[in-house]
Structure formats: C-alpha cells, structure tokens
Ligand binder design. Sequence first.
Ligand SMILES: [Mg+2]
Length: 369
Amino acid sequence: MLTERLGCIESVAASAYTVPTDRPEGDGTLTWDATTLVLVQVRCDGQVGTGWTYGSPACVEVVNGLLRPLLVGRGPLDTGAAWSAMVQALRNVGRPGIGGMALSAVDCALWDLKARLLGVPLHRLLGAVHQSVPLYGSGGFTTYDDDELVAALTGWTAQGLTRVKIKVGESWGGRPDRDLARAARCRDVVGADIELFVDANGGYDAGQAVRMAGAFDELDVGWFEEPVSSDDLAGLATVRARSRADVTAGEYGYDLAYLARMARSGAVDCLQADVTRCGGITELLRVAAAAAGCGLDVSGHCAPHQHVAALAAVPNLRHLEWFHDHVRIETLLFAGALAPVRGGLVPSDDRPGHGLAWRPDVAEEFRVG
Ligand SMILES: [Mg+2]
C-alpha cells in the first residue's frame, strides 16, 4: 500500500524574512517600507513541502513551538487530520491573526509536500478546473507620484493584464480629490478597454463611500474594494446598493465562519479570500464552496504563487491579485516563479507540487527569525 511505502513527516521548520519595498508603499489606512514573508518547510522521504504567509515573525514561534509537535510523526497524506489538529491546538492562542497565518502557511506546505510525494503538480492533485488563473495588476499605492503610478499601470498592461487596481481612500478618506484625480489619471492612461478597480482598505465611512462611488461610476470603475471597513457589513451593503461597481471584501477573513457570514450577508458582489490567512488550501476550498452556495465568485488576495494551484481548482473563480509587493518578493526568493501569460497565471504541469523552489542563498540576507 502507498501509505505503507511512505514515511512520516520528519520535520517542520518556520523562518521569517523581511524584504524592503522598492519604494515607500501605502494605501488608505496604512503605510509600510518592508514586508515580512514567513516560510514553512515540511520534510518527508527526501521531499520538502513549502508554504508561506505574509505576517509577523511571531508566526515562527507559533509554528515551531505549538504546531510542529502535532505534525512530526504523522502520515504526510492526511492534510485534513493535520489541519483539524492544528485548529484545535490554536483554540486558546487565537485563530484570527498570527495563529491563522501560521496555520495557513503550514497547511499550504503540507499540500505541497503531498503533491511532491505523489509526484504530481498541486493543481492536478486538487482537481483543476481552469487552465489559467486570470490576474489583475495591483499596487498603485497612494504614496506613488504621477510618474510611479503611470509606470505601474503601463507595466501591467505591457504584461498583457486587462485589469488594474489602485489604492484610494488616502489618509482615511481625507484626500478625496486626490483619489478621484488619480483614478481619472488611470482611466486616461489605460484607456476604455482595461477594467479599472479601486481599493479603499476601509478608508471611507459609508456616506463618503456612496458619494465616491458615484464619482467612480463616471470613470467606469468596475470594482470597489473595502469602501468601508470589512467589519461593517451593513455599510458595505449600503454602498453596494448605490454603486454600479462590484463591492468586495474578505481579505481579513481568518476562517470559514467569517467568510461564509460575509457571503450570506448580501454585503459583497464577489468574496475575496487569502489562502495565507484563511486557513490554507484546506479552508480556502471550503470558503469557495460557501461562496458558490450564495451565488458568489471568489477572488484571491495577494501572494499569487501561493494561490494559483488552489484557485485553478475553484469553479467559481473570478481572478487573482497580482500584487506588486508580493510578486517582487516571490520572484526574488523562489526559483520557478511564474510570469503572466495572456492575462493569467498558468500553473506548471512540468514540476510536482506548486513548482517553486526556495532560494536560501538569496533569502539569507533578509532573515529576521
Ligand atoms: Mg485590499
């Protein structure tokens, strides 16, 4: 039997790497100049499964201290049992936030390990529905000047992307005129045939968001992400009722219950989910099913290379965020990173697992934990 030929999980190790941004980055409600990737590597029978999240280096302690003892010695194929054991262990530590990110990175690593042990690409193991995962270019930070904004937009369209997203809601909604001027500039630069998205990261209140939605409608903005806080489902629903653009949220969802509640509430037109936060591939597939039950599509948030295999297996997939910051980091720190093809990412059929290989030699200078 296959399970008798396979050994047990031999080791689980987390580490953290802080990479400076190429220029200051900011959205409606936060600015930053570095991003931390937390890496999890799981070993069995000479194979290494790799998963990651973007979060605090404190995730390393959760993985190495709390989760590792539950996993070493387990059979590597039972990702579901490992996931359930981890969720139970996180009860008093807290599932949302750092706990959820640690869980997500480990779950993604376990899925990658399983695919490598079976010698199949991860999207084939999961049951691919889509040959290509549609992308949208994302970044367009509020901290960019006009030249930087134009360079970002033209960079994405030159890559063949047909959807672009910029940040608005600058200074918690304190710069509405600049938000609109930047959005208008985007429409001028990309032309009428490119889909234009905006993301306020919860920077507006509901009344202001409704007024902004009317102005964004004039620019044919098709996607208005977190016009108000994603915790304000009533506010999201109010904006949704008054906006021609799709209203979306979900990137801060750390479990199925949160995301299923949002899907059921009527607050969003498309449910966003982040496989590096929501509980890994195991939970992402359940989230997608819950969204499908409400008639909603799913859009993947950030970390494109951690999403692509799983989203290829989601029937109700809308698209995936090709986020500048994470594209840059994943292309730097992994061999085998993908480039867009005809506006989408095509998971590799030539390599087992997710097809990426960590580059410890490159990463070492960024190591923080
Ligand atoms: Mg967002």
